[in-house]
Design a protein around this ligand. Structure first.
Ligand SMILES: *Cc1c(COP(=O)(O)O)cnc(C)c1O
Length: 226
């Protein structure tokens, strides 16, 4: 492990993604690395930007708002992804700040995002989070409710959904969850699959991930638990 050297971590993760793509006969260009920089300060992120990484994930609107406008003014081609739970009352800031939102999971949020998108004329790409393990404490639409939710997003709120995201239960082997997400996405013709983190992005790539969200394998262990 590359302790406290995010640039080495980045290079190792990129190499591991290339290997997985080759092992599972996927084109490396189909797989986007989302570098998850939550809890890390701008000083830790800068070298990773300088090393060429442009796609980043954050979990908290306030934290992202504090860190990214300045980094972005220096690296204007950054693409910022919201991967944490999103409150409807943060929809305005989320639409202002993020290019992709991975965690759309309920009607009230769809409604709030649709309103802000219309108002701001800025439309982040949207993924629906699926609670594949049906964990009560976790965000996401239950697998059995995805069909109805996608339909409501489209017809009731006029939102285009590009794909699906999941976070498997910590205690489960992740592969069945990744396979389930892939099956649901295929059924709906959705192209984007956000799945796989530091511990399991290899399995996720095997099962069709287009976006892997990798934090600690790049930036090191987080002091805060999340
Ligand atoms: C924190 C987080 C990650 C990154 O997790 P690591 O194990 O540090 O790679 C990925 N996805 C989500 C939704 C997260 O909250």
């Amino acid at each position: 492990m590359s302790e406290n050297n995010p640039v080495e971590g980045l290079q190792e993760v990129r190499e591991a993604i290339r290997r997985a793509a080759s092992d599972y006969e996927r084109a490396p260009s189909e797989i986007t690395l989302v570098a998850v920089s939550k809890t890390f300060p701008a000083e830790a992120i800068e070298p990773v930007l300088a090393a060429g990484q442009r796609v980043f994930g954050e979990n908290y609107v306030q934290e992202a708002k504090a860190k990214w406008p300045d980094l972005r003014s220096r690296f204007p081609d950054v693409e910022l992804h919201m991967i944490g739970p999103l409150q409807s009352n943060k929809a305005k800031e989320a639409v202002e700040l993020f290019d992709v939102i991975h965690t759309l999971d309920r009607s009230s949020l769809a409604e709030a995002l649709a309103k802000e998108i219309a108002k701001q004329g800025r439309a982040p790409r949207l993924l629906v989070q699926v609670n594949t393990g049906e964990e009560p404490q976790k965000g996401g639409v239950a697998p059995g409710e995805v069909d109805a939710f996608l339909e409501a997003c489209r017809t009731k709120y006029g939102l285009t959904i590009e794909g699906l995201m999941c976070i498997p239960p910590a205690e489960d082997p992740p592969s069945p969850h990744f396979a389930l997400l892939n099956t649901i996405a295929k059924k709906h013709g959705l192209k984007v699959l956000s799945m796989g983190m530091s511990a399991d992005f290899d399995e996720a790539i095997q099962l069709g991930a287009t976006h892997v969200r990798v934090g600690s394998a790049i930036f090191g262990a987080r002091s805060k638990k999340d």
